[in-house]
Design a protein around this ligand. Structure first.
Ligand code: G3P
Length: 218
């Protein structure tokens, strides 16, 4: 299972990478804006800075919503670094763009996926990753994890190479449930990854070991 961090914050990316368990980064226009990154050159430089931290898999999202615009932006993003995966929204022109990028050998991540039908289309077009947003489905009273299960089953039935990238993962339970279901990748904030570390019995046990060691060693 791959762990991606869902942020454009360089410190958080470094911290997750230094932990030794990070396989990639996903960004989106909202996350870039949150870091105050705006303007073409600054955006491109920021993607390059992210690529310089991690080993692979940096999702960079296009802003255009028409086929030609997405192709132009995506090709420019892909030129930044071999680690770039072009993130394309699940819309009609997006499906066409995914197909075209696949034929050009450029990796894609199909984003804003909320149904199994959309995920099936993304796989048919050859997307490298599909990003179902589980937290946002939960927010409206639907079941995000059920969607992950459905997509994993459909992809398994036909041997699609597209990797299921569970996105909008909000807490460690989400992450573990995705792992049980067999999602290929999760992308989440840093606190969800570091949340996996925590258990009160670990803290209490360590405190006891250290206290006993101190007593025995004066
Ligand atoms: O990867 C998609 C993610 O950024 C959306 O997460 O928490 O805004 O729904 P969220």
């Amino acid at each position: 299972m791959k762990f991606f961090i869902d942020t454009a914050n360089l410190d958080e990316i470094r911290e997750a990478y230094d932990l030794g368990v990070l396989d990639g980064v996903t960004t989106n226009p909202s996350l870039m804006a949150k870091e105050g990154i705006s303007g073409h050159d600054k955006v491109m430089a920021h993607y390059k800075a992210i690529c310089d931290i991690v080993d692979d898999n940096v999702s960079a999202e296009v802003i255009a919503t028409d086929f030609e615009g997405m192709m132009k932006e995506g090709r420019e993003l892909a030129k930044i670094d071999d680690k770039i995966v072009v993130k394309i929204p699940m819309i009609k022109d997006g499906v066409k763009a995914i197909k075209a990028f696949t034929e050009e050998g450029i990796r894609t991540n199909c984003t804003l996926v909320f149904s199994a039908g959309q995920a099936l289309l993304a796989a048919k077009a050859g997307s490298s990753y599909v990003s179902p947003f589980i937290g946002r489905l939960d927010d409206i009273g639907a079941d995000g994890l059920e969607l992950i299960e459905q997509i994993v089953q459909i992809y398994d039935n036909y041997g699609f190479a597209t990797e299921v990238l569970a996105a909008s993962v909000r807490h460690t339970t989400h992450l573990l449930q995705c792992a049980e279901i067999g999602a290929d990748v999760v992308t989440c904030p840093l606190k969800v990854i570091t949340g996996l570390l925590k258990h009160p019995l670990t803290d209490a046990g360590l405190a006891q070991f250290l206290a006993d060691h101190a007593k025995a060693n004066g």
